[in-house]
Structures are given as structure tokens and as C-alpha cells.
Design a protein around this ligand. Structure first.
Ligand SMILES: NC(=O)c1ccc[n+]([C@@H]2O[C@H](COP(=O)([O-])OP(=O)(O)OC[C@H]3O[C@@H](n4cnc5c(N)ncnc54)[C@H](O)[C@@H]3O)[C@@H](O)[C@H]2O)c1
Length: 397
């Protein structure tokens, strides 16, 4: 698995968690791909996964895990110590990433310099070469690419995004305004025909031109923006109001979080990408417009422990108005890491079975699922169960 944003909080939790499970030091809690749903499907074993990636900040996975322990206490010290050798060894697979048109806040938090030494075409080729080298050196059948970089500001739509030919021209003309780092990462995966998981809300990765390239080169992709906290609860609860014909008048949500992710989302440019993916689902599930609001604020002392408070104002029989409130206190990386491992295994499975394009059956994992028919968590889950059962029935025949 190749992770863009390799030393981030989520990426580090993914790598440490996968190695802990592989070595029998932790249970695979939270992974649908380790449940009965997937028995007999032949998904890639967790202990066969080799990790590498691109990152802008110096360090290694052991150091990053230690920092997460100090800030959050989520990664236990004895586990970090037991896996230190694995983490140090795997960190040799991490290469310098690319920072293109990333905006002031990502430049600041990554500490990466603004000046570029390479053209876009040179950068795109270097990223592809890193992926080829990783696959060859580790003798891997396939590599799944996963984007876990910081949330970028929204990229304005451009004629260069509409077709692959136009996008290739923009790269050749070094038109940095038409791309961001995540575009180059998705482009590298698509160019090599590798599966791609887009776990962030950045809209620059799965541009129509890049999706055309995934189709052309026969690779599956899934996205976007992992559904792990407040939005997960919303997508499970909203169908209940719909089923009971309780009319939701207002749904007010307020999130506070710390960490680097929180610092990036404190910038209104970057925050807009997140709000766009968190706010779209309610009218789709309920079937009517309503007043809704999503607030996100940075509270450094919380680190990765996010708190969401939601207030739902609704109307029932005889027009009587009532309210529901919930408080969600989740640790972001702990919630997200098993989903990343699931998604990588599903996409690898799809590629091995000749599937390509958007993986609609993975909608339950995302806040803004690509080409999905519904945001209802229960319906999304049924679609994934049907997908798994269809393969199981095929192998039984
Ligand atoms: N529950 C969750 O954790 C969750 C849910 C949904 C989406 N996400 C998204 O996943 C992403 C990662 O979250 P996180 O908490 O690990 O954040 P993080 O800030 O800890 O990690 C991001 C990493 O990406 C690196 N990076 C930034 N730009 C890069 C580039 N161009 N190339 C290579 N590396 C780059 C940063 O240096 C950092 O190490 C964020 O975009 C977040 O919004 C997380």
C-alpha cells in the first residue's frame, strides 16, 4: 500500500495498526474485511501488506507514532516499542512528496518550501517512478494508492479538467493553477493503472480527466472523504426520521478538533472543502430542503479527539415540535484507520477481478461517495453485503 501523506496521524495509525494485527499483537477490531462478510472471498491477507508512501515532512513511522502517543495516548508505548523495527524498516520506503499549488496553510504545517525545482511533467514522472521502484523492490503483485494528505483548498473548475487530453496539455505547459498535489498523486496512480482510494475531501484528485485515465488504464477508484464521525451518525439517524415521517426542520452541527488536521481546517479556504462534503447528505436522505449548518473550529488541546454536538429540531403528529441532541466524542484516526485498510483491500480485490472505475459499492465508507445513489448508511451497507455475496455465490458455483 502506498500512502500519500505517509507520516500523518491517520497514516501512522494505519501502518502501526496493520503491523500490530499482522504480528498478533492486536485484534482486527473495526475491519469489515476481517468479519464473516468477507470469509472465503480471498482478500489480500493483512500480513502481506507492505507500506510505502510520499510525505513532505521529515521523520519516520516510529517517530510519528511516538508523537501520537504523547499527544493522544491512542498508540500504546509497548506496541510502538514492539514494532519499532518494522516501522523503521518500512520508513525506508517513504519518498519526498510533491507540493503544488497547496495553499498557505499546508505550506506552513508541512514546513515545505514554496519554490519548485521541477516542472509538473518532471514531478509527475518522478512520482510514477517512485511507485514503480517500490513495486519492483518489494516484488509486489499490485500497489493500492491511498490519499491521506492534508485537506486542500477547493480547486476552481477549469477547462483543463474536462478531458484527459486537456489535462495532459496543462501538465506539459506547467500550468500549476489547474492542479494541486492531490491531482498529481491521483494522476500517477491512474497512469500506472493502480487502484486509488481518495480518503480526503480535496476536490482536485478525482477530476473528470483523471477519472477518464483510470477507466482507460483499467483501475478502480473509491472516494471521497472518509465517513467516520458526525456524518456517519447523521447518515444512520436521518433515515429514522424519514421512516417515522418526523419532519426535520433544522439540523445544526458543531465540531471541535485539534491536531494538524484541525489546524489545516482552521483556514477558511481548506475548511470549505470539508463543509461541502459534510453538508450534502441530509436533503438527499430526507427528500426535502431543510435548514442545516456544519461548524468546525480548531481547539488545539483536543488533539485527535474530536467532539461533535448536533441539535435536531423536528416536527411530529399535529405539528408538535420536538428536539434531539447528541454528542459524539471520537478519536479520528482510531475510527478511520480500519476503514483505510478495508478500502485498500476492497480496491485490490476489485482490480484482481478486472473491475475498473468508481467503486459504488464502497459508498458506506465515504461522506461524499462518488456516483452513489444514496447517503443512507443502511442502504449503503446493504449494497456492500450484496457485492460480497455476489462474489461468494460465484465461487460456490
Ligand atoms: N477520521 C479521520 O481521521 C478522517 C476522516 C475523513 C477524512 N480524513 C482526512 O484524512 C487526511 C489525513 O488526516 P490526518 O488526521 O492524518 O491529518 P495529518 O495532518 O496528521 O496528516 C496529513 C499528512 O499529509 C502530509 N502532507 C500534506 N501535503 C502533502 C503532500 N502534498 N504530499 C505528501 N504529504 C503531504 C502532512 O505533512 C501530514 O503528515 C485529512 O485530509 C483528513 O481531513 C480523516
Amino acid at each position: 500500500m502506498w500512502i500519500f501523506g505517509a507520516y500523518g496521524g491517520l497514516a501512522t495509525t494505519v501502518v502501526l495498526g496493520a503491523r500490530a494485527i499482522a504480528r498478533g499483537l492486536a485484534a482486527p477490531q473495526g475491519l469489515a474485511t476481517e468479519s464473516d462478510l468477507c470469509r472465503g472471498l480471498g482478500l489480500a491477507p493483512l500480513d502481506s501488506i507492505v507500506f510505502g508512501g510520499h510525505e513532505m515532512r521529515p521523520g519516520d513511522w516510529a517517530q510519528s507514532a511516538r508523537e501520537i502517543h504523547d499527544d493522544n495516548g491512542t498508540l500504546p508505548l509497548p506496541l510502538i516499542d514492539a514494532l519499532k523495527k518494522d516501522l523503521k524498516q518500512l520508513s525506508k520506503n517513504v519518498r519526498m512528496g510533491a507540493l503544488v499549488n497547496a495553499g498557505r496553510t499546508i505550506e506552513r504545517v508541512t514546513g515545505a518550501k514554496k519554490q519548485r525545482a521541477r516542472t509538473l511533467r518532471q514531478e509527475a514522472e518522478r512520482l510514477q517512478q517512485d511507485l514503480r521502484d517500490f513495486q519492483k523492490k518489494n516484488r509486489l503483485d499490485s500497489v493500492v494508492c491511498v490519499n491521506l494528505t492534508s485537506t486542500e483548498p477547493e480547486l476552481a473548475s477549469s477547462p483543463a479538467h474536462r478531458s484527459l487530453a486537456a489535462f495532459e496539455r496543462a501538465i506539459d505547459q506547467d500550468d500549476t493553477r489547474a492542479v494541486r498535489s492531490s491531482s498529481l498523486y491521483a494522476y500517477a496512480a491512474a497512469k500506472l493503472g493502480l487502484p486509488f482510494v481518495h480518503f480526503t475531501p480535496s476536490n482536485a484528485a478525482l477530476l473528470p480527466a483523471i477519472r477518464e485515465l483510470f477507466e482507460q488504464n483499467g483501475a478502480p477508484y473509491a472516494g471521497m472523504d472518509g465517513k467516520t464521525g458526525e456524518t456517519l451518525v447523521k447518515s444512520a439517524l436521518a433515515p429514522m426520521f424519514k421512516i417515522r415521517d418526523l419532519r426535520v426542520l433544522s439540523w445544526q452541527g458543531y465540531n471541535i478538533l485539534g491536531d494538524r488536521d484541525g489546524a489545516v481546517l482552521a483556514d477558511s479556504e481548506n475548511k470549505q472543502s470539508k463543509i461541502a462534503t459534510k453538508d450534502a447528505l441530509l436533503p438527499q436522505i430526507l427528500g426535502y430542503p431543510l435548514h442545516s449548518h456544519v461548524g468546525i473550529d480548531y481547539v488545539p488541546s483536543l488533539h485527535d479527539h474530536k467532539t461533535a454536538w448536533d441539535f435536531i429540531h423536528f416536527e411530529g403528529f399535529l405539528g408538535h415540535r420536538m428536539a434531539m441532541q447528541f454528542v459524539w466524542q471520537g478519536c479520528d484516526a482510531i475510527l478511520a484507520a480500519p476503514l483505510v485498510l478495508d478500502l485498500a483491500r476492497w480496491c485490490d480485490f476489485a482490480k484482481r477481478h478486472g473491475e475498473k472505475g468508481p467503486m459504488k459499492h464502497l459508498a458506506c465508507y465515504f461522506k461524499k461517495p462518488i456516483e452513489a445513489d444514496t447517503h443512507d448508511l443502511h442502504a449503503q451497507w446493504r449494497a456492500l453485503v450484496d457485492y460480497a455475496n455476489a462474489y461468494r455465490n460465484q465461487t460456490r458455483r
